[in-house]
Design a protein around this ligand. Structure first.
Ligand code: SF4
Ligand code: SF4
Length: 366
């Protein structure tokens, strides 16, 4: 039943991305999870090509928490290593989702994108949009990169405050407009935000203005976080895998009052903008209050680890960005195909769904 619920939400996500995510294949992944933990080759590969970023966002799960990633002895992948991996993906044609850090921090980003397209792969890039320029935008358009997701945390100075970077709002919006002005059909342009303590009407202003500019949709991702206390607990309850979480650590939760305010703000947004806004995950009223003012009670079966995965900046194959220490292989030496249904990966799928780590409780991916 829970798997079915996850599948339904992915159908909605597929709808939102206008076909960039083919959610129809998900049934195969769901049945693999139920029977033996083996599943078809991932339909989405999330590639964190760098850990560097020019921003310092308050809500960043990379920068806003104690870094559990410091003990990695290996560095960022080289261009040739990335290209070799892209060639490996060519046969299976997953959707490649480039992120970071900030992907445009890499000097070789052009070469990487050319290689992705030369190998016939679909690709979405998530960016803070600050480092784009006319040359890069022309390249994204000419290569027909399938989608760009800009991150925005408010309209105007609020965004600058959130990113810790003065002028970031103006620059990002200028670049977003330039993409919209120049594109033919591709790239599809989305904005991603999180429901922070937006003032009355603020998120409506952001949504209305973005719609007027002509973007294709706004994704509102529930904030993935652990309270300080929950984080402490999750360091000891690991199971057989290294499931130390890397997620935003907040001092505490919202009050019930604040979470109710958040709930009515999101409800009003859905009513006004319908399919233009995708709330991920779209929680019931009670679930939403639990999410922000307590601990989500719902046991969250993870379908994500059956159909998608992350590659870290150093080549580590990890189930998702929240568990960077849970290394199942490394693309420098391993074929993803061999790792994906290895005994260890199948065991991990069972483990995650049986122990339900705290970090999974507020995960936007399910
Ligand atoms: S732009 Fe993204 S990666 Fe960079 S600091 Fe902000 S949230 Fe983190
Ligand atoms: S945090 Fe948990 S629920 Fe979310 S993708 Fe990772 S394993 Fe799945």
């Amino acid at each position: 039943m829970r798997i079915l619920h996850s599948i339904c939400s992915y159908f909605k996500l597929g709808d939102f991305y206008g076909g960039l995510l083919s959610s129809g294949r998900l049934l195969k992944y769901g049945s693999g999870m139920v029977f033996n933990g083996m599943t078809p080759f991932p339909f989405s590969v999330n590639f964190l090509i760098t850990k560097n970023c020019n921003f310092n966002c308050e809500i960043c799960s990379w920068k806003g928490c104690e870094d559990t990633d410091n003990n990695s002895s290996e560095d960022e992948l080289r261009t040739d290593e990335i290209k070799r991996f892209i060639r490996e993906l060519k046969v299976h044609k997953p959707l490649l989702h480039l992120g970071g850090g900030e992907p445009f921090m890499r000097k070789d980003i052009g070469e990487i994108l050319v290689s992705i397209k030369d190998n016939g792969l679909r690709c979405i890039v998530t960016t803070n949009g600050f480092l784009l320029n006319e040359h890069l935008i022309d390249m994204l358009i000419n290569l027909e990169v399938d989608g760009i997701i800009f991150s925005l945390y408010g309209w105007g100075e609020r965004h600058d405050d959130m990113t810790g970077t003065k002028g970031s709002f103006e620059k990002t919006i200028d670049n977003l407009k330039l993409v919209l002005d120049k594109r033919r059909y591709y790239p599809r342009v989305y904005v991603s935000t999180v429901p922070i303590d937006y003032a009355e009407g603020e998120i409506h202003k952001l949504t209305g203005n973005l719609k007027a500019l002509g973007i294709d949709g706004l994704k509102v991702e529930q904030l993935n976080y652990l309270s300080q206390e929950e984080y402490g607990k999750s360091l000891t309850a690991r199971g057989p895998f290294d499931l130390r979480p890397r997620t935003l650590i907040k001092k505490g939760h919202m009050t019930i009052e604040e979470s109710r305010r958040m709930m009515s703000m999101l409800r009003a947004l859905s009513r006004t903008y319908d399919k233009f806004v995708f709330i991920k995950p779209d929680l019931s009223d009670n679930q939403l209050i639990d999410w922000y003012a307590g601990v989500p009670k719902r046991k969250r079966n993870c379908l994500f680890i059956a159909h998608s995965l992350f590659i870290n900046y150093n080549g580590d194959i990890i189930p998702c960005q929240f568990f960077p220490q849970c290394r199942l292989g490394n693309i420098r030496k391993d074929q993803l195909r061999a790792v994906w249904n290895s005994g260890r990966y199948r065991e991990l799928r069972k483990t995650i769904n049986s122990i339900s780590p705290l970090a999974c409780a507020r995960c936007c991916k399910n």
